[in-house]
Ligand binder design. Structure first.
Ligand code: AMP
Length: 356
């Protein structure tokens, strides 16, 4: 039986381990936290820092194929390991997606439309900024879910920005009509599939609600699908790739990418015949990819620490139309601790109005 190594034991690692188990594989999860949520699902767990070369190497020796479920892993180390061990995705997508600057340069190179941007290395650079208000300042690395981001509407907003040892990307604020995620998957046999688009509602920078969206205008879908295919081909990406776009006046603006299963694709576990997790595993194992066909409608609601009580109340009352996934995490404010899939679109209005 083949053993799949998963670097990272968060909820994405947990869902990968569940899919692997269902497909008949063993898993070894590697994480720096003893209480990570994938630990109890995996066949074996290795506790170690993401910089510990020796530990990572002895973990890699036990695996037939290795994947990662988050971006902020030491890419030099992954590069070194992938020369000796089967880390199919390699370090290349990590170099890209762990730096907003690298992502922006890539989109420029591939002629993918994106918000106007400028690299800000110091407080001095702000004086020469060419982007007009309003704009966002986003830390180049380690920023996600709106962390390390400031909305700058006027000069005084800059007072709250911490510049010490942080480099930023200034980005024109797009007054978008909606946000789209495209999830694609490429196998080591170069088979490519693309799921129907997902429309994301964010609240304070954190993904709030995801809908499956089949009614996107064909010209928008064409631009977005062409962009993700270009990125996969040019950057040699294997496995799942998720790209997020802002849509404004029938035009796409590339926002960011994640070379791994993505939060907005959790819904595929329930609404699609083959989930993003299974397709990611099939891709790295060299198996034929599964259909992207939708089997039923539904939407996903992210559950943050502060939402747990109201989620449980909803499940108690409306259990017949929903399914709750608990990540077994301590319920902290703004921490993603679960998600809810609701199979009846009539409840969407309720969540849009109350889930903020
Ligand atoms: P990010 O971490 O870059 O995905 O940003 C988190 C959320 O902030 C996005 O999903 C958007 O809702 C919002 N956001 C980020 N960049 C922009 C932008 N250039 N214009 C408008 N909204 C943005």
């Amino acid at each position: 039986m083949k053993t799949i190594g998963i670097i990272g034991g968060g909820q994405l690692g947990m869902f990968l381990a569940i899919a692997a188990y269902e497909m008949g594989y063993e898993t070894i999860v590697y994480d720096c936290k003893e209480d990570c949520c994938a630990k109890n699902i995996a066949s074996k767990f290795v506790l170690g820092s993401f910089d510990d070369e020796q530990k990572l190497e002895s973990f890699a020796k036990e695996c037939d194929v290795i994947t990662y479920e988050f971006e902020n892993i030491n890419s030099d180390l992954v590069k070194k390991l992938s020369l000796k061990y089967p880390i199919v995705q390699t370090e290349k997508p990590l170099v890209l997606s762990s730096s907003r600057l690298n992502e922006r340069k890539m989109a420029n190179k591939l002629n993918i439309n994106q918000p106007k941007w400028q690299f800000i290395e110091s407080k001095e650079d702000i004086k020469n900024i060419e982007i007009t208000y309003p704009y966002l300042l986003k830390s180049d690395s380690l920023g996600y879910d709106g962390k390390g981001q400031y909305m700058i509407n006027c000069e005084s907003d800059l007072d709250k920005v911490v510049f010490d040892n942080v480099v930023y990307l200034a980005e024109k604020k797009i007054d978008f009509d909606y946000e789209l995620s495209i999830i694609a998957c490429r196998s080591i046999n170069d088979e490519i599939i693309i799921y129907e688009p997902f429309v994301n509602d964010h609240h304070k920078g954190i993904l709030n609600i995801t809908l499956i969206q089949q009614a996107i205008k064909p010209e928008i879908l064409k631009q977005a699908n062409q962009a993700i295919e270009k990125i996969m081909a040019d950057e040699n990406i294997y496995g799942i790739l998720c790209c997020e776009f802002f849509i404004k006046d029938n035009k796409i603006y590339f926002n960011e990418m994640a070379p791994r299963p993505h939060n907005s694709g959790h819904i595929t576990m329930d609404t699609h015949y083959i989930s993003q997790y299974e397709n990611h595993l099939r891709a790295i194992l060299g198996l034929p990819l599964g259909t992207t066909k939708i089997k039923c409608s539904g939407f996903m609601v992210n559950v943050l620490g502060q939402d747990v009580d109201k989620t449980k109340e909803f499940v108690q009352k409306h259990g017949s139309v929903c399914k709750y996934y608990d990540y077994h995490k301590e319920a902290k404010y703004n921490r993603k601790v679960g998600h809810l899939i609701v199979f009846d679109d009539d409840y969407l209005k309720y969540f849009k109005e109350t889930w903020k």
